[in-house]
Design a protein around this ligand. Structure first.
Ligand code: ATP
Ligand code: MG
Length: 504
């Protein structure tokens, strides 16, 4: 009997062992290597966006698996691509591409692989965030309710942006797109709520331009809360393709910690070009307007990751897009317009006519931001919208006739004053409380009898006056976020004093 029991146990054990599959490691081989693309066979279970590697003497060459066909993988080299040879052994890392994240990234310049590009040494981190991640679910989100104060008068008053929103900045070459984004970063320094972490992603730009941006941020102490992710025009297309996802992943790390984050993608047109180049290298057919068919999906899955998390942090996305000859109905611009919650359109003609920032107020819109606008700003901007609309209507008549009734002439003068007030130089963001004071003064007619040519100087003087003598009033606007009767009276008496003693 005992022998029988023993036999049963032995048989059971043998069956158990036979069910354990032998450990099987896949080994791949480079079949062909040209134009930066490795065609590899043998890695049957490799995943999309997985990092593959080739070990050579003391070097490790990393590759990104992008094209998965049966038994054949198309992968692009992430580093040391000159050392790749046909016949090289390729192994899979079982790791989808991710980026090291830590608080140590703040103030640093990195490439899309997380390697520092500045001379401030290694960045230590044991946490990795995947560069592609599902967007937060609807249940985890809450409506946009806190403003991003951009420091751009037109935006804060008329096209307000909320934390967690996606707002597109688009315009032709050299219309001030990057300057606008930079001003928004600079203005966050003195945010009265809390300074968001800003991530500037330079996509396919010249290094000289990126260096200038770094210098400006450094000079204005904005590196205390800013991270730069850089894939320059000289970098391989695969790094340019990865850059925005890396910026977004770093943003998600800070958002998960409860921080507010602003990510600027400068610009997604160059990102679309890089994706086209990669697709041509991988021998995939390009489709509409010679862009790969999935370019919409590529950008939407990036931008849908911006969110305001219930009771937590937020990620605001400001993608930039370059238009050709003002064509906002081009393929990439229309895609992006439909993915985002609004757009700020910079127009070359306005820029040339010295209306800067060259924002076309009529074609710009923010679909969710007004919910986040402060009551004080709502009060002053309501009147502004009305005045500008009336001005537009009458402006056309004014060109054909000089004999306009007194009322109409007043409206035209008010419109001209407003346009003058809304101008501002780059690198000089205006805090939202000062914008409120300026617009309040216009609405109450303080500027009505002044010469248009002098408005600029007067605005500068008024801002200085409030900075020197009325910090308490500005403070009250910040604390109340509303203009009650008491505060309005206080503003009126201060403005009375300023304009009575004005000497221009
Ligand atoms: P690109 O298409 O080359 O990226 P861009 O649209 O990003 O250009 P910027 O580089 O921001 O444009 O600006 C172009 C030039 O216009 C810069 O020299 C900048 O200083 C100037 N500029 C931008 N905004 C203003 C402004 N509000 N007032 C005066 N000058 C400005
Ligand atoms: Mg630019």
């Amino acid at each position: 009997m005992e022998d029988f029991q023993f036999l049963v146990e032995k048989l059971k054990r043998e069956i158990e062992i036979s069910e354990i599959k032998p450990e099987f490691k896949e080994i791949g081989k480079v079949l062909k290597f040209y134009d930066g693309v490795c065609w590899i066979d043998g890695l049957f279970s490799a995943k999309l966006n997985e990092v593959l590697y080739i070990e050579k003497n003391d070097k490790v060459i990393e590759l990104l698996a992008l094209n998965l066909e049966e038994g054949l993988i198309g992968a692009l080299a992430l580093n040391n691509q000159d050392s790749i040879k046909e016949g090289d052994i390729v192994k899979s890392s079982k790791r989808v591409i991710s980026v090291p994240v830590s608080d140590g990234l703040i103030g640093r310049v990195i490439n899309p692989l997380g390697k520092p590009l500045d001379d401030k040494g290694e960045i230590f981190s044991s946490t990795f965030y995947p560069i592609e991640k599902d967007a937060p679910s609807v249940l985890d989100r809450e409506p946009v309710k806190t403003p991003v104060h951009t420091g751009i008068k037109i935006i804060d008053a008329l096209i307000p942006i909320g934390r967690g929103q996606r707002e597109l900045i688009l315009g032709d070459r050299q219309t001030g797109k990057t300057s606008l984004a930079l001003d928004i970063i600079l203005n966050q320094k003195n945010d009265h709520l809390r300074t968001p972490i800003c991530i500037y992603v330079a996509i396919g730009q010249k290094l000289s331009k990126v260096r200038r941006i770094y210098e400006i941020l450094n000079k204005n102490q904005a590196l205390d809360y800013t991270i730069l992710v850089v894939a320059s025009a000289d970098d391989p297309a695969v790094l340019v393709y990865l850059a925005p996802y890396v910026g977004c992943a770093i943003g998600e790390y800070f958002m998960d910690k409860g921080e507010d984050v602003i990510v600027i993608y400068d610009d997604l047109t160059k990102h679309a070009w890089a994706w086209r180049e990669i697709n041509l290298l991988l021998k995939r057919p390009v489709a509409r307007e010679a862009y790969p068919g999935d370019i919409f999906y590529l950008h939407s899955r990036l931008l849908e990751r911006s969110a305001k998390i219930k009771g937590g942090g937020s990620l605001t996305a400001l993608p930039i897009c370059e238009t050709q000859l003002g064509d906002i109905s081009g393929y990439i611009p229309t895609n992006l317009i439909s993915i985002t919650d609004g757009q700020i359109y910079l127009e070359a003609d306005l820029f040339k006519a010295n209306f800067r920032p060259a924002i076309n107020i009529g074609l710009s819109v923010s679909r969710v931001g007004s919910k986040a606008q402060t009551k004080a700003m709502k009060k002053v901007s309501g009147r502004l919208k009305l005045d500008l609309a009336q001005f537009r209507e009458l402006e056309v008549f004014a060109q054909v006739t000089t004999e306009l009734p007194e009322d109409s002439r007043k409206i035209i003068k008010r419109g001209k004053i407003l346009l003058e007030i809304l101008k501002q130089k780059d690198l000089e963001p205006v805090s939202f409380e000062k914008t409120i004071v300026l617009l309040f003064a216009v609405n109450k007619g303080f500027f009505d009898n002044l010469e248009i040519e002098k408005i600029n100087i007067i605005v500068d003087k008024l801002i200085k006056y409030f900075d020197l003598n009325s910090l308490d009033t500005l403070e009250k606007i910040i604390n109340k976020m509303d203009l009650d009767e008491e505060l309005e009276n206080e503003l009126i008496s201060k403005l009375n004093y300023f304009f009575e003693n004005l000497d221009v």
